[in-house]
Write a protein that binds this ligand. Structure first.
Ligand code: ZN
Length: 220
């Protein structure tokens, strides 16, 4: 099962990706993680990508595509994968689909998580992330039991450095502009389902399974 997750920052994509990963035993491939890995190793691709990310811009297609395709060559993606945050543009989608078609493993489903800008801003300000297990907390409405400590693994939580309101609004604007054509592209190919993601996590999880079942004719 090869799944792409779309949705603006704050839509809960990361959370739903983790749940799908546990349910189906597939790796979650996030471009953020790939970029950070390259940046930490100081690769040329990583350094180039970091410059764009630090400005709140998206990484240019050729850099992102090369990093993701390299990752999709790893053996853990043989049974499938969950792509979170890629593709961002129609050009990236075409490059991805071309490479996957060449390998005889086309995409199975594209899930589009939808939320309004005000909900996104509310969710993203005050966000804390566990760098170890990737769980997300929020000082406004999903506080950890012990201040600054992950409930699940006990690691110290970190604030996302790019999550001030002006940056968030800019990222949302860039997101809408860039991904609207992408949503249409996948929709026209019969691969896409919209998911209303303003509901609580559990409800969105049920909607996600329903949408997948609908696209793949699976038992829910
Ligand atoms: Zn944790």
């Amino acid at each position: 099962m090869r799944i792409v997750l779309l949705g603006p920052p704050g839509a809960g994509k990361g959370t739903q990706a983790r749940r799908l990963s546990e349910r189906y035993g597939l790796p979650v491939i996030g471009t953020g993680d790939i970029f950070r890995d390259h940046a930490a190793r100081g690769t040329a691709l990583g350094l180039a990508a970091k410059e764009y990310m630090d400005r709140g811009d998206y990484v240019p297609d050729h850099i992102a595509v090369n990093m993701v395709l390299e990752r999709l060559d790893q053996p853990d993606t043989r049974e499938g994968f969950i792509l979170d945050g890629f593709p961002r543009t129609v050009a990236q989608a075409q490059a991805l689909e071309g490479a996957l078609a060449a390998g005889g493993r086309p995409l199975s489903a594209v899930l589009n998580f939808k939320i309004g800008d005000e909900v996104a801003v509310k969710r993203l300000t005050g966000r804390l992330v566990c760098p170890n297990c990737k769980r997300v907390y929020n000082l406004n409405f999903k506080r950890p039991r012990v201040e600054g400590i992950c409930d699940v693994c006990g690691h110290r939580l970190e604030a996302r450095s790019d999550d001030d309101e002006a940056t968030i609004r800019r990222r949302l604007l860039v997101y809408r502009k860039e991904t609207q054509p992408l949503v249409l592209y996948f929709w026209e190919r019969g691969l896409l389902r919209d998911i209303d993601a303003e509901a609580p996590e559990e409800v969105v999880a049920d909607r996600t399974i329903e949408a997948l079942s609908d696209l793949l004719d699976l038992e829910a």
